[in-house]
Ligand binder design. Structure first.
Ligand SMILES: *[C@@H]1O[C@H](CO)[C@@H](O)[C@H](O)[C@H]1NC(C)=O
Length: 434
């Protein structure tokens, strides 16, 4: 549980967020006291990815029948292809086994204090005509109970919005961005209200709700995104005053774009800005050498500390390539080895027998590079409110498997210890052989 004695008076009053300059409104003590002190404790967490929102690269076994085609690329097309009753039975089995109470216990034993749990609107406020199936919520209820017994806090994350907010497969539906059409935004707000209402008695565990994951700044009107953030904040806080509200940066600059927004004026408080840091989804980034990745990670330290709200790096990875099978979409290749058709302008190395398989099966040189990179990222991302790794586990993507990476000694234990200290205080690359 949270160490109450460590709370500052200002934090107890809910007056401070991010920097001492923000937030000057007064509200009742009870309403604004969060069960996790985001001012003075670091968020250290893992994403329970691939659980309630399928992603082909996290659980390829579910998508294997379509490995050579057939048009199934995401949860929407999967449920459409197999039909409701088969989808219900296969997914119930998945929900009941992918993450269990033992995972929550091990997560806590690694010194982590948060889990971020992605969920789709279709579990909360289904839309007529969708192929998606329901039944996730009893499993989510269990997750909250398991988190409570393990002493973990939960950030609930609306990962899929109707119409798709980004066109990524991880929104549930790959393709067009149509979130701001028709009734989709209103339905998203209804899903948020349902989520906040369901867990309004669990604010000792559910300390934060993220209104929407990764709304694209392309294909969406940012004015409407911001309006949605205010409306969603209101829906959560009217239901439940003891939950922080998380807004994603929409891939826009965390300080120059977002500073000044929802930073305590007009009583809009307890807002966490979420940024996701990956160095693998462009040609320029997969071209980086291990030392360059470390340097780029370190450069985020001063950056994250300049935001006027609480700031978490709510997704990041140990991966330095996009080689994990189907990471770019079912059936698609990688930028790293030039096999992703739309981005085939470079070749930076081979993906063969690398980065798909197990942590133990990785080559020593890759393990070494990975360990340095992880520690540099921890050094950088702890310079503000903290971080949440993507993901806790995957079937065959070793660099994305926090559980096995930690068991293998490639992520430090305790999380604050360093085998390679001081990487971000020197411009010299410390990785041997580089
Ligand atoms: C993770 O570890 C488990 C248990 O040893 C193993 O079965 C699994 O294949 C590993 N997965 C990866 C991606 O390393």
């Amino acid at each position: 549980m949270v160490c109450i004695k460590a709370l500052s008076v200002a934090a107890l009053l809910g007056l401070v967020e991010g920097t001492p300059l923000a937030n000057t409104q007064t509200r009742s003590l009870k309403r604004d006291t969060l069960a996790f002190d985001y001012n003075s404790n670091k968020v250290r967490g893992v994403n329970l990815g691939g659980w309630f929102v399928l992603e082909p690269w996290i659980t390829p076994s579910i998508f294997e029948p379509w490995a050579n085609g057939g048009g199934v690329v995401d949860e929407y097309t999967f449920t459409a292809a197999v039909g409701k009753s088969a989808a219900e039975s296969q997914l119930s089995q998945h929900w009941g086994s992918w993450i269990t109470e033992a995972d929550f216990q091990e997560i806590a034993s690694f010194g982590l204090n948060h889990v971020r749990i992605p969920i789709g609107y279709w579990a909360l406020a289904p839309v007529d005509g969708d192929p998606y199936v329901q039944g996730q919520l009893p499993y989510l209820d269990n997750a909250i109970k398991w988190a409570r017994s393990a002493g973990l806090k939960v950030m609930l994350d609306l990962h899929g919005a109707p119409g798709s907010q980004n066109g990524f497969d991880n929104s549930g539906r790959y393709g067009n961005i149509q979130w701001q059409s028709g009734n989709n935004v209103a339905n998203t707000l209804a899903a948020i209200t349902n989520l906040a209402t369901r867990y309004q008695g669990d604010t000792d565990v559910v300390t934060a709700i993220e209104l929407i994951n990764e709304p694209a700044n392309w294909g969406n009107d940012m004015g409407l995104v911001k309006k949605f953030y205010y409306d969603g904040w209101g829906n959560v806080r009217n239901t439940n005053g003891q939950t922080a509200v998380v807004i994603h940066d929409a891939f826009l600059d965390i300080d120059s774009y977002w500073n000044g927004f929802m930073n305590g004026q007009s009583g809009v408080n307890n807002v966490i800005l979420d940024t996701h840091i990956y160095q693998i989804f462009s040609q320029d980034e997969v071209a980086l050498k291990p030392c360059d990745h470390v340097q780029a990670a370190c450069a985020y330290g001063p950056k994250v500390s300049t935001t006027d709200k609480w700031l978490i790096v709510g997704e990041w990875t140990a991966a330095q390539t996009d080689c994990a099978r189907w990471l770019n979409g079912l059936g698609k290749g990688a930028r790293y080895d030039g096999t992703l058709p739309s981005a085939s302008s470079g070749y930076y190395g081979s993906c063969d027998n690398k980065f798909t398989g197990t942590v133990d099966g990785m080559q020593d040189v890759d393990k070494t590079n990975l360990a340095y990179y992880v520690e540099a990222q921890l050094d950088a991302y702890e310079q503000h409110t903290g971080w949440i790794f993507w993901a806790w586990k995957t079937e065959t993507a070793p660099e994305w498997h926090f559980q096995n990476l930690t068991r293998a000694g490639l992520i430090p234990q305790p999380l604050t210890s360093r085998k390679h200290p001081g990487q971000c205080s020197t411009s010299t690359c410390m990785i041997p052989g580089n």
